[in-house]
Structures are given as C-alpha cells and as structure tokens.
Design a protein around this ligand. Structure first.
Ligand SMILES: [Mg+2]
Length: 264
C-alpha cells in the first residue's frame, strides 16, 4: 500500500517526466497537427521592396558616400528596432532620422517629403505571392491547421493578408512584436496541440527556425533571394527536427512524410 502511494507522489511523477524529456526526439515520434507559416518573404515578396526603397533613399542623399549612408541607416534601424518594432513605419522613421543625422539636423524638407512618400508607396505596394504558395497552402490546409505567424505593422500585415487572397486558408493569424521561443510556445499552445506537434516554416533562420526548434517544434527553412542583415543566422547542426527546402512547393510532402512516419 505504501509503495503504491509513493508511486503516485507528484514529485516522483515530476522526476519521471523530466527523465523522459531528455530522451532524443527520435525515440518519441509525434503526429503533426499544426503548420505555422511566416508571411514576409515566405508567402509574398517583402525584402525586395525594402531594397528598392533603400536604393531610392541612397539617390536622395546622393551627395553623401553610398557606403556611409548604408552603414548609418543600418545602425539607426538596429537602434530603433526595440522602439518601433519591425515594419514599414519604423523603417520610414529610421530613414528620416538617418537623413537628419547625415545633414547635421538640416535635411531639406523636400528630402523628408520624398522619404514619407516612399514609405506610403511601400504600404500601398501590390501583394505578390511567391511561386507555389497558393497551391502548397491549399494542400496543407486540407490536413493541417495553418497559423500565420508574422512580425511587422499590424495594419500592413492585415492588408497584405487580405490582398493575398490566402486569408481563408488560415485557422489563426498572430501578428507578434518578436519571434522567440516563448512566442512559438504560446502560439502553438493556443492554436494547436503544442509545439511538439507543430511545424514552423519561413525564410528567416533567426526568427522562424531557431526559436521554433528551441520551443520543440519542427522547423523548415525556405530561403528567399535576399535576407535582411538583422535576420541572418547559422543553420542548426545535427537537429533531426530541422529541414532546409528550396521551395515551399516541397513543404506539403515533407510534412506529410514526417506526420505519417510517426504513425508507423
Ligand atoms: Mg520572413
């Protein structure tokens, strides 16, 4: 009787649970219920629009050395990220601040006006989904709960999702201020069956892959043609929950193979 009681002791259960947690994930195959998808540069073009605007900004400040303007803008953006977060509005403010700094506080009104116009044009830019996105998402949505997980300005991301025509395929949309391990824990708990039964797919190693793996999810890196300097990171080594795919068209099969592999 005493023995029986001991086995039910909460502390004993806790020890048993933590022992189980250190076993390699390979030993505990799990079904997949939920697929998280990044938005910018995963579903539609984004960074190329930022690069075009930056080229226009460099032209505006043509009197200054290009490399110096680029370096200053990168520094101002980094400094401002925690104040303004990610997105076009923060980028516009950072361009204005950079122009003011480079012109010793005397940037001509015409330059400020041009920067504001460039920011507005970015916000109005048509949304172009990347090749294979529509088909891949339609296929995935038949079997899995799709969750859009993105940083950026709330209004702008809502606009892009509506314009993309993909909105109906998602069971949930999370526009977050940052993507860390806690974000994926919370989002996959709220909208799925927890990170261990979820896949996160996106173009950023730093924001989409590494923190999702840290939360215990599967993570798939799908690169875009260019990557913003702040999103660069090394690929994880020796993690059997990580995969690199060349295109989103390969994602439905990969998820299905992983998911069905867990049933055997
Ligand atoms: Mg992205």
């Amino acid at each position: 009787m005493k023995q029986h009681r001991l086995q039910r002791d909460p502390l004993t259960l806790l020890v048993l649970r933590s022992r189980r947690a250190v076993q390699p994930t390979k030993a505990l195959p799990m079904p997949i219920t939920t697929v998280g998808l990044d938005a910018d540069d995963t579903l539609w073009h984004n960074e190329t629009i930022f690069r075009l605007t930056q080229a226009r900004f460099l032209d505006l400040l043509g009197e200054h050395e290009t490399a110096a303007v680029e370096a200053r803008l990168a520094e101002v953006e980094r400094r401002n990220l925690r104040l303004y977060g990610y997105g076009i509005k923060g980028f516009t403010l950072s361009m204005i601040e950079t122009a003011m700094e480079l012109c010793d506080g005397e940037a001509p009104p015409s330059v400020i006006r041009e920067i504001l116009a460039a920011g507005r044009e970015m916000i109005a830019h048509p949304v172009e989904t990347l090749p294979g996105v529509d088909e891949a998402l339609a296929e995935l949505s038949e079997r899995y709960r799709l969750v859009l997980i993105t940083k950026g300005d709330l209004l702008d991301q809502e606009r892009k999702l509506a314009a993309s025509g993909l909105g109906d395929l998602f069971a949930a949309v999370e526009i977050v201020s940052d993507k860390d391990r806690m974000t994926y824990d919370r989002v996959f708990d709220r909208h799925g069956t927890g990170p261990s039964e979820a896949v996160m797919a996106g173009n950023s190693m730093k924001s989409d892959v590494l923190p999702a793996l840290a939360a215990g999810a599967f993570a798939v890196h799908i690169p875009y043609v260019v990557t913003w300097a702040h999103e660069l990171a090394d690929a994880p080594a020796g993690n059997d929950r990580y995969e690199a795919l060349e295109t989103i068209s390969a994602l439905p099969n990969w998820v299905r193979e992983r998911d069905e592999g867990s049933a055997s």
